[in-house]
Design a protein around this ligand. Structure first.
Ligand code: B16
Ligand code: MG
Length: 218
């Protein structure tokens, strides 16, 4: 039975996926890569440097950039992203997620965060949610990013639970693959066609409640 939840952050708890998209769109324009909805979707959950590489690979100029250029581009993107998220407040929690987190805590579930974002602790502070989580996996300590299972394996360790007792929540295909690889139950939020590998599918965060999860697990 389920005893805990491992949450992705961007696109699950906070409406920040659009800010990542906006900042990466600027990078794509700068390096001459055409920005498409497919590229935007594929970047979700992918680490900063791997995201940049995907943007370069999608254009014709992938080989024009040195390692130093890439680091500067990633740094600039993060600067732009941090500007965009500097005004985040509790109002930017996605619909229903505060209620879900509070009711899960009240019902005795433990919760951790499995975000690829190095900005996750700051964002949780802005949203006033830090206290609900027993821990946040530090993505700087990972050897591989999503879709590798490592981050969700670590999120279960933070909870002191076996993976089979954990539900992982994700909005990205890379994240669902990571949860499945870790041996947890995967709960996808978003387009069920894009996230078809998940055990449980929800259209939007507002549908994620303990009762709805129980109903889908039957
Ligand atoms: P940062 P998640 C991911 O967060 C985002 O989905 C992805 O777009 C971003 O590139 C990645 O974090 C790294 O973020 O540049 O802030 O370290 O969805 O895993 O919570
Ligand atoms: Mg996400």
């Amino acid at each position: 039975d389920i005893k805990g939840f491992a949450f992705d952050l961007d696109g699950v708890i906070a409406d920040t996926a659009r800010f990542h998209g906006e900042a990466w769109h600027q990078t794509a324009d700068e390096v001459g890569t055409t920005w498409t909805p497919e590229l935007a979707e594929g970047l979700k959950g992918i680490s900063r440097m791997a995201s940049l590489q995907m943007i370069l690979d999608a254009g014709d100029h992938a080989n024009d950039f040195s390692q130093a250029d890439k680091e500067a581009l990633a740094e600039k993107k993060n600067h732009n992203y941090q500007q965009l998220i500097s005004t985040l407040t509790e109002d930017d929690i996605l619909p229903g997620m505060k209620d879900f987190i509070q009711s899960a805590k009240a019902a005795g579930y433990t919760m951790s965060v499995a975000s690829a974002s190095k900005n996750a602790p700051m964002i949780l502070d802005h949203l006033g949610l830090t206290e609900y989580f027993v821990g946040i996996v530090d993505p700087a300590t990972l050897t591989k990013g999503k879709p590798d299972p490592e981050i969700f394996v670590r999120a279960a360790e933070v909870l002191h639970l076996d993976p089979e007792n954990v539900i992982g929540l994700e909005d990205s295909a890379a994240g669902i693959a990571s949860i499945n690889g870790a041996g947890e139950t995967s709960l996808a939020i978003g387009n069920a066609d894009v996230l078809s590998g998940a055990d449980l599918n929800f259209e939007s965060t507002s549908e994620v409640t303990l009762a709805n999860i129980e109903a889908k697990m039957q």
